[in-house]
Design a protein around this ligand. Structure first.
Ligand code: ZN
Length: 153
């Protein structure tokens, strides 16, 4: 692993009523032929934080950025018809805030963002815009949310 310069928030793209965690996501990722779960952390629907890969091991969660990032997955993020929906629980946001506090203290230079923010900037204007998002993951603007949460404290 290189130095951690990105803390990347994802969603599992599963409906709100699916109460899954590391065990189930690890099984899904292994079924794709990966050697382990792609994420370093998973936050379950009830806010429980579960550990995926060790932080010292490169994850498999964001194309082109795995060598310098840690991946955090919020369980949820789609409607029953599998289209994107921001449906995370208050407990999940609280757990995410706490985790990011810890990780940001450990990696003070790291940028906190969502998976969609790392989509390629296709028109080269220096901004990754909604039309350029490869996926909606994690369905909300993580950087703005983080700034607001910190401002509220
Ligand atoms: Zn993602």
């Amino acid at each position: 692993m290189n130095r951690i310069s990105l803390l990347v928030v994802h969603c599992s793209a599963t409906p709100a009523n699916r109460d899954i965690g590391v065990t189930e996501i690890r099984a899904m990722h292994k079924a794709r032929g990966w050697r382990d779960i792609g994420y370093h952390y998973v936050i379950r629907r009830d806010g429980t934080l579960e550990k995926g890969r060790a932080d010292t091991v490169m994850g498999a969660h964001v194309a082109g950025h795995n060598a310098n990032s840690l991946g955090i997955c919020l369980v949820g993020g789609v409607k029953p018809d599998m289209t994107a929906e921001t449906n995370f629980t208050a407990e999940q946001y609280a757990a995410l805030e706490q985790l990011l506090d810890t990780l940001a203290a450990r990696h003070p230079a790291a940028r906190i963002c969502g998976h969609r923010d790392l989509s390629p900037d296709r028109n080269g204007n220096g901004k990754v815009e909604p039309g350029e998002w490869v996926k909606a993951c994690p369905t909300f603007d993580v950087a703005s949310w983080w700034t607001e949460r910190k401002g509220a404290r």
